[in-house]
Design a protein around this ligand. Structure first.
Ligand code: ZN
Length: 238
């Protein structure tokens, strides 16, 4: 259930219940409590982090999908956006930020995804755009349990597996992290996933003077995170 649904006392279960009673149209027409968009995000980095934590707690406790009026929301946002958090995560179909953070709806999260949540030029530019131009106060770099891209990198390191096509090039940044993770003990893929998120968050600040300045000014926070596919819980790593 997303923040908009919650403010309306409305979730998927009630959607189907109301649909059965023939009153869904009136319910869906209710105005969302979320602002259409503002010139810049009005919340602090810590407030944004709290929203994600609360949203994920709701997802874990009651994982209903958002059933708010997307058509109305889309119209409200058509001329501008003001997302309040940026998420870099894996393209894995089970790791959908808008759902796992409590069903946040259109216009709330600015998302960059690729297999293994690898930081490259395209991703860094995307994060800079979200932070500097859209004024989102929080950047989350989130890996996840049993990540296939990280597992592939670990196989290259431990078994000398040769990957074909562009995948081999794509996972190159994960290789040194997997090599270092071998010395930490524990499940290599899981340790590498954690370290990849932590390393990625550090690199965001180290490699982007724009984001580093925003962090220094207290306008932006960069936080690594880990998503547990089994429990649905997101653990923030700093
Ligand atoms: Zn993955």
């Amino acid at each position: 259930m997303c923040f908009a649904c919650e403010s309306e006392g409305f979730n998927r279960r009630s959607f189907f219940r109301f649909a059965g009673l023939g009153v869904v149209a009136a319910t869906a027409a209710a105005t969302t409590a979320l602002p259409a968009f503002a010139a810049e995000s009005a919340i602090s980095p810590d407030e944004a982090l709290k929203r994600l934590q609360d949203g994920n707690a709701k997802f874990v406790a009651d994982a209903d999908a958002c059933a708010t009026n997307l058509a109305k929301r889309r119209q409200d946002l058509a001329k501008g956006q003001s997302p309040w958090a940026i998420v870099l995560t894996c393209s894995d179909s089970r790791v959908t930020p808008e759902l796992i953070f409590g069903g946040v709806t259109l216009g709330e999260l600015f998302v960059a995804r690729n297999a293994g949540n690898v930081l490259d030029t395209d991703v860094l530019g995307t994060l800079e755009y979200g932070a500097e131009h859209l004024h989102a106060p929080l950047i989350v770099v989130m890996g996840h349990k049993r990540c296939g891209a990280v597992a592939a990198a670990c196989e290259v390191v431990t078994k000398g597996t040769e990957l074909e096509g562009s995948i081999a090039k794509m996972i190159q940044p994960i290789l040194p992290i997997a090599i270092a993770a071998q010395h930490e003990g524990g499940d290599l893929v899981d340790v590498t996933v954690h370290e990849n998120a932590i390393h990625g968050a550090k690199r965001v600040v180290e490699e982007s003077p724009i984001i580093a300045k925003l962090v220094e000014e207290g306008k932006v926070k960069v936080v690594p995170a880990y998503y547990d596919l089994d429990s649905g819980a997101v653990q923030f790593l700093s």
